[in-house]
Write a protein that binds this ligand. Structure first.
Ligand code: ATP
Length: 267
């Protein structure tokens, strides 16, 4: 019940266009894992898909978004868990949770099991490693192998990490496909900006978008999100606080380029 209520989700309406940029990554993922989940009858033998893929790169670049999109596009059930939840929330129960998780994922297949911060779950062995975390890791490796030996199984494991170098070699090998998810280029940043601006009244034109794009080099998608939220609050800040509860919605002015320039100072 815990798994069904807290970890299991269905994402019906996500589209690849919701993820800006990353065209190369998206095309590889479609071919390597999405089509095989949809048509397991065609993807057999040499075409058999990897059981695990690893998404690595800086934080906030869309790894979780990709996991959800794989599930949505392949009409799979999505299971999402982070290593810290396994090790902290269910202290001592982590091993049992992993076993239960994969059992439920097999029942609801096709399934995508997304493991965030996979490096801390499958890190290199250390002398001081706790017995419980070693057991948890072994159980996880067993499950990764278990899935790999069964042709009928339609459970894909997606690991995400910002620290791929921390991964144990044995674990890394099990993720047969490893994809780098970089920070967004200017075209992707502009796209993210346009998507986010679509949700609020604004008067930014193409040259304004280009301007914000130019000034956000090094920003992740998550940073762009924070920037846009900050800019969108600016029009409200020029209204006296005691008037906000009564203001007519149409009287709130559109978000403009100056709001972005202010937000860029603080974000
Ligand atoms: P972390 O490593 O911190 O878990 P992550 O790589 O999994 O981060 P996400 O959680 O997928 O990143 O992205 C965070 C938010 O940033 C998303 O909800 C989305 O708003 C935005 N975002 C990131 N990358 C993109 C992208 N390529 N296109 C559109 N939105 C993006």
């Amino acid at each position: 019940d815990l798994i069904k209520n807290e970890i299991m989700h269905k994402y019906k309406n996500m589209d690849w266009d919701d993820i800006a940029g990353l065209e190369y990554v998206k095309s590889i993922i479609k071919e390597a894992v999405v089509y095989p989940l949809l048509r397991p009858d065609i993807f057999t033998g040499l075409r058999r898909p990897p059981r695990g893929i690893l998404l690595f790169g800086p934080p906030g670049t869309g790894k979780t978004l990709i996991g959800k999109c794989i599930a949505s596009q392949s009409q799979s059930t999505f299971f999402s868990i982070s290593s810290s939840a396994l090790t902290s929330k269910w202290v001592g129960e982590g091993e049992k949770m992993v076993r239960a998780l994969f059992a439920v994922a097999a029942v609801y297949q096709p399934s995508v099991v997304f493991i965030d911060e996979v490096d801390s779950l499958l890190s290199k062995r250390s002398e001081s490693e706790h017995d419980s975390s070693r057991k948890l890791k072994n159980e996880f490796l067993v499950q990764l192998d278990g899935a790999a030996t069964n042709d009928e199984d339609r459970v894909l494991i997606v690991g995400a990490t910002n620290r791929p170098q921390e991964l144990d070699d044995a674990a890394r090998r099990r993720f047969a496909r490893r994809l780098y998810i970089p920070l967004p280029e200017i075209s992707a940043r502009k796209q993210i900006l346009k998507n986010l601006l679509g949700t609020v009244c604004n008067d930014l034109d193409e040259s304004n978008i280009q301007e914000v794009g130019n000034q956000t080099k090094g920003y992740s998608g998550a940073d762009m999100d924070i920037l846009c939220r900050e800019a969108s609050m600016e029009p409200l800040r020029s209204i006296p606080p005691d008037q906000i509860p009564h203001i007519v919605k149409d009287n709130v002015r559109p978000v403009n380029i100056d709001d972005f320039m202010s937000a860029l100072q603080s974000v």
